[in-house]
Design a protein around this ligand. Structure first.
Ligand code: BEZ
Length: 210
């Protein structure tokens, strides 16, 4: 069965452009993003890897480590990194797994045979400090991902992991949030002593907690 939210992210050991990675050990106590690329030296992937490299400080601020995967060998990844620098102005500054035997791709269900039986789709797994999967995304090879959206989702995941709130449609850092429906008004008064706006009895809006 495909990996689902709340499942433990499978552990693995893999060769990467930054040496051997024992995944759980490498994640440490912070958050992680594992994302796959259909193939080295392909145009969309080239733009994606440069973009993620440029966003490294943003992932760092959120205590998120990023690791990429492509089912090509290490030598190919290293050559491709030069192109990525050339095209985007940023060489990958995070490990890229050389998954030639598709061990990790298969472990995470990144190959969807009805889409393509050799290349991975564009998968994203966001993993929490408890090593559980908090978010999955699957894009086809022909559509590059929006990494600003990934950062936005991580902001929501981190906020809602520590406060009894949920984030509304199109929420962005600093925007109003929603008190979770499971929290009754009496308990909500303790957590949100300044009150809230009741749009509907089940839709109670408060400023984003600090
Ligand atoms: C790309 O990264 O550009 C790509 C890879 C596989 C299929 C289509 C596009």
């Amino acid at each position: 069965m495909a990996l689902q939210l709340g499942d433990e992210a499978p552990n693995f050991t893999a060769e990467t452009t930054e040496g051997t990675v024992h995944f759980h050990e490498w994640l440490g106590t912070g958050w992680g993003v594992l994302f796959s690329h259909p193939k080295d030296f392909t145009p969309v992937c080239t733009t994606e890897l440069g973009r993620v490299a440029a966003l490294k400080p943003e992932f760092g601020k959120r205590n998120v480590k990023v690791i990429g995967l492509s089912v090509d060998p290490l030598g190919s990844h290293k050559e491709w990194s030069k192109d990525i620098l050339d095209v985007t102005g940023q060489a990958p500054n995070f490990p890229l797994i050389a998954d030639g035997d598709k061990k990790v791709a298969n472990l995470y269900g990144m190959i969807h045979p009805n889409a393509n039986d050799t290349m991975t789709v564009r998968s994203v797994f966001v993993i929490g400090p408890d090593k559980k999967i908090k978010l999955t995304l699957t894009y086809p090879a022909s559509t590059g991902r929006n990494f600003d959206e990934l950062l936005r989702v991580i902001d929501s995941l981190q906020l809602t992991a520590t406060h009894k709130v949920a984030t509304p449609s199109d929420w962005k850092q600093g925007g109003d949030v929603i008190i979770v429906p499971s929290l009754g008004d009496d308990d909500a008064k303790k957590l949100f002593p300044n009150g809230w706006k009741t749009v509907k009895p089940y839709l109670r809006v408060v400023p984003q907690p600090k």
